[in-house]
Design a binder for this molecule. Structure first.
Ligand SMILES: *Cc1c(COP(=O)(O)O)cnc(C)c1O
Length: 461
């Protein structure tokens, strides 16, 4: 086997800024030890998110010039619509400015008090949009998906028995729809098998429930299906996508992921009445149905990106480069969620820093050290992001996992960048005995991880 190479050459470059360790320590301290508050310019390799950080192709940039900015009926909309229809096979395609806007519109209509929405694992914006309507978001990922160190091919699958039990207990009348997130972002970017999607469809048919896909990483999921489900080894990615979407009645999509653009999203539906309601709400909050909060040029770039993302050479490189980083750090003993998922490597901070307790934020300690040592920006997904306080004792209630996510932007970094990231992670791991925990010096009442300020434990403020 020869080296898997980036399936593109570079036409336009963006310099990255080098800083010294002394400069970074000062920058991090001034940012209250919260990488969200660091200027992106002070980051060497930015692995904060894979959302909206893709490099666009020459053809996408050409589409930007070619975008039709007509208020109504723009030709860019029709190109976008026909591309989304080609992939999803769905009848009604509604553009939105990003994924959460599609969620907001959908759940404003089907949500509400006393309603329940099962999913393998809800992404945080999906959960927030459901809970905002006073409905409840339920997670039913398979048991193996909750164990970082256990390997399985489809750790994003829905637990079918748990789903059926829940429907029986709750009554199908209180469940407006069932959702599956492909790949399962919050569960480590783990894929969902076609077999599992079929089984969820059967359950939905039995109880008369619609099935929706949170399709943000549909192409990455399709690639995993091709690689890991023997039935699909000779099918094209587009054929696999068709089949995945064929089991769904609707889908929400953030184009900032698998449409390879910096902004955009959509809602696709088969039900005419629901589509009418969604469009009416879209006009109030997003815009006219042929642009939905986007410029015509953005719609062009999405249409082109959706075509490019299904290219097998691209997906091969994409999934392999994530796996490559995972294998490199694993070979030196760094604990991660196994096997590597599609869009990110998740370091298991509990096993990385077993002596730093949850209320001293082990994930945050690793995130800070990755920046100090190598100028790499990652994100804590643990007690900082999801920790709650006990109302009586005021003590931290930690979430089940303490993770650090290294998300890989699409088509942005080369293999030597990834080699460098692995070296930094390994260096931090080798010196882990020196790492100290952090305490929170300031926090906002909601979504505190964005703005919180920290102090190293033991330092006099
Ligand atoms: C990013 C994401 C969303 C929300 O999309 P935005 O474009 O960020 O609003 C929803 N679901 C999943 C699985 C995501 O990864």
């Amino acid at each position: 086997m020869k080296t898997i190479i980036e399936p593109f050459k570079i036409k336009s470059v963006e310099p990255i800024r080098f800083t010294t360790k002394e400069e970074r320590e000062k920058i991090l301290k001034e940012a209250g030890y919260n990488p969200f508050l660091i200027h992106a310019d002070d980051v060497l390799i930015d692995l904060l998110t894979d959302s909206g950080t893709s490099a666009m192709s020459a053809r996408q940039w050409a589409g930007i010039m070619d975008g039709d900015e007509a208020y109504a009926g723009s030709k860019s909309f029709y190109r976008f619509e026909s591309m989304v229809k080609r992939i999803t096979g769905m009848k009604y395609i509604i553009p939105t400015h990003q994924g959460r806007a599609a969620e907001k519109i959908l759940f404003s209509i089907v949500g509400g008090k006393g309603k329940y929405f099962p999913n393998n694992t809800h992404f945080d914006t999906t959960r927030a949009n459901i809970e905002f309507t006073e409905a409840e978001a339920m997670d039913f990922v398979v048991e193996v998906g909750k164990h970082p160190e256990e390997r399985a091919d489809f750790k994003g699958n829905m637990d079918i028995d748990a789903l059926v039990n829940f429907i029986n207990e709750t009554g199908p009348d209180n469940i407006p729809l069932v959702m599956i997130t492909v790949t399962n972002n919050s569960g480590g970017g783990q894929p969902v098998s076609m077999q599992n999607i079929r089984e969820v469809r059967q359950v939905c048919d039995k109880y008369g429930l619609p099935l929706f896909l949170d399709a943000c990483r549909f192409a990455e999921n399709a690639y995993f299906i091709k690689m890991r489900e023997p039935e699909f080894k000779d099918k094209s990615i587009e054929e696999i996508c068709h089949e995945m979407f064929s089991y769904a009645d609707g889908a929400t999509m953030s184009a900032k992921k698998d449409a390879l653009v910096n902004i955009g999203g959509f809602l696709s539906l088969n039900n005419e009445e629901l589509a009418m309601k969604c469009r009416n709400l879209l006009i109030v909050t997003e815009g006219f149905p042929t642009y939905g909060g986007l410029a015509g040029r953005d719609l062009e770039a999405v249409a082109q990106g959706l075509e490019e993302v299904m290219d097998e050479h691209y997906l091969h490189y994409r999934i392999r480069s994530t796996e490559y980083l995972g294998e490199k750090v694993l070979s030196e003993g760094v604990p991660i969620i196994e096997p590597p998922g599609g869009h990110a490597i998740y370091i298991d901070a509990k096993r990385f820093l077993p002596d730093v307790p949850a209320d001293q934020y082990p994930g945050q300690a690793i995130v800070c050290e990755l920046y100090n040592v190598g100028g790499i920006r990652a994100v804590e997904i643990g007690s900082v992001m999801f920790g709650k306080y006990d109302k009586v004792t005021g003590k931290l209630i930690p979430p089940p996992m303490e993770l650090v996510r290294l998300a890989i932007p699409r088509r942005v970094y080369t293999q030597s960048h990834i080699d460098y990231v692995a070296e930094v992670v390994i260096e931090v791991f080798e010196n882990r005995d020196k790492l100290k925990g952090y305490k929170i010096a300031y926090e906002a009442p909601m979504l505190r991880h964005f703005t919180a300020k920290f102090e190293p434990v033991g330092e006099i403020a």
